[in-house]
Design a protein around this ligand. Sequence first.
Ligand SMILES: Cc1cc2nc3c(=O)[nH]c(=O)nc-3n(C[C@H](O)[C@H](O)[C@H](O)COP(=O)(O)OP(=O)(O)OC[C@H]3O[C@@H](n4cnc5c(N)ncnc54)[C@H](O)[C@@H]3O)c2cc1C
Length: 507
Amino acid sequence: MHDVIVAGAGPVGLLAADELALSGCSVLVLERDREPHPPLGELPLGLRGLNAGSAETFYRRGLLDAAMKASGADPRKVGADPDAVEVPDPRQLSHFAGMTLDPADIDTTVLPRRLPGPVMEGFMTSLAAVTTVLAERASALGVEIVRDAPVTAVGQDDEGVVVTAAGRQYRARYLVGCDGGRSAVRRLAGFDFVGTGPLFTGYVAEVTFAGPDRLPMGYNLTGTGMFLRTPFEGYLGMLDFDGGAFDRSGPLTREHLQSVLRRVSGTDVTLDDVHHASSFTDRAMQVTSYRNGRVLLAGDAAHIHSPLGGQGLNLGVGDAMNLGWKLAATLHGTAPEGLLDTYTTERHPVGAAVLDWSRAQVATMAPGPHAPALRRLVHDLMRTTDGTTHVHRRTSGLFHRYDLGENHPLAGSSAPDFCFEDGTRLGELLQTGHGVALDFTADQALRPTAQQWQGRIRYATGPVRDSLGFSALLVRPDGIVAWARESIPDAAEFENAATRWFGAAHR
Ligand SMILES: Cc1cc2nc3c(=O)[nH]c(=O)nc-3n(C[C@H](O)[C@H](O)[C@H](O)COP(=O)(O)OP(=O)(O)OC[C@H]3O[C@@H](n4cnc5c(N)ncnc54)[C@H](O)[C@@H]3O)c2cc1C
């Protein structure tokens, strides 16, 4: 019997498996598809933007170089010079419903302070690149992946779960459903899935056009939808405000795509050939709880929304990082009471905010006279410093703050990448998947206390290049600050924080 079965070897399932295995759990991944790299995961259709928050996750697990290499990304474009003293101004930004932002308009003085480090920005990648890197890590950590094994039944009792896939039964203590937007685990385990219905059907396709020059490059919003052309030869994206009427169980034929393209572009452009295509909608739904007993959900299995603004993968990466160490601690018997339920209380609001962000974008693109009026207003607001800064805060993945019930302004936020004088960075210390106690005091005030959590919390001390005024911090394995102090740290307060997140100390 394994500790955990993960359903789905997409990016979120693999990252969840990696996190659990890094924390010493035995993990079995059951994946529906036989082939590890379906064509829709490769470029151009598999193109995905990882925001800076997700890039930071890869850095904190020692996977940044591999992920960037597999993605063909240029490390100089996401990282500051590691020896830099100042944080560089952001260079790339997301968009809102196709409306782009000017990085020069960001007011960094109102954002939480960051430190220069290997990750300052996100990068473009593909689903295939991300899953390749995560599957390699999974294999190095001893995760077993069974392909051609769609999950078809799920049962659970007080002891564990029983999962049926390809006619075989597998047992484990917990099941994590990462089986995508049409999750079988979500349905089989009885999760409530609520939200709003679709206004459009979207398409991405790799095609051959007759006379492609008749379709302008970029986002083209029309009276009935939108079409997108990118520098990728043959790439076509479309939104058709048909109320989500396209039946996804039917074939995605050349004739259908051509008629949609003619309707939304208002041209009689011809598609000679369709090589690959897929469809989606802007249905925005989320499970009411990410946990039902011994079954948990992460990624698209827990929330679906339109890909506008590219946030689904980033959301799933955040889920997996939040869940992995909590579930592992629960399995090891060290978790404090209620730790696993903080997965829902922390991640559900983040997902709900992304769903709203996606709905708001759709509202500015819909046909009719109201959406253009709203769009002009949003456009004007986005041209202000406050507007640009707000969008950057919402989409970069760097500035979200969980409500941990702690008063300190940094508690619940992603930790700055503190760097000791010897060059050791917090991001590197996190690579083992433990919590980290950072003690910048000259007399190593927290050493005796922190050592009581040896094996769960790494203790790091010494002169630091820039402490940002802090004397000590406790950072969770997911890189979130659990506790921080500027004044001489009180060992009893640290002990409370450590007990709250890592359970009782060794005595
Ligand atoms: C056109 C488009 C562009 C996008 N662009 C971006 C972007 O730029 N940035 C971004 O952050 N997000 C983007 N997204 C969203 C992103 O692709 C998804 O949110 C992300 O892939 C979700 O990952 P996942 O692992 O949760 O699910 P998936 O990637 O769907 O993986 C689920 C896995 O589960 C397997 N599976 C399914 N059913 C079963 C079963 N019964 N048993 C076992 N295994 C099963 C599947 O085969 C698959 O391997 C985009 C989405 C689309 C459609």
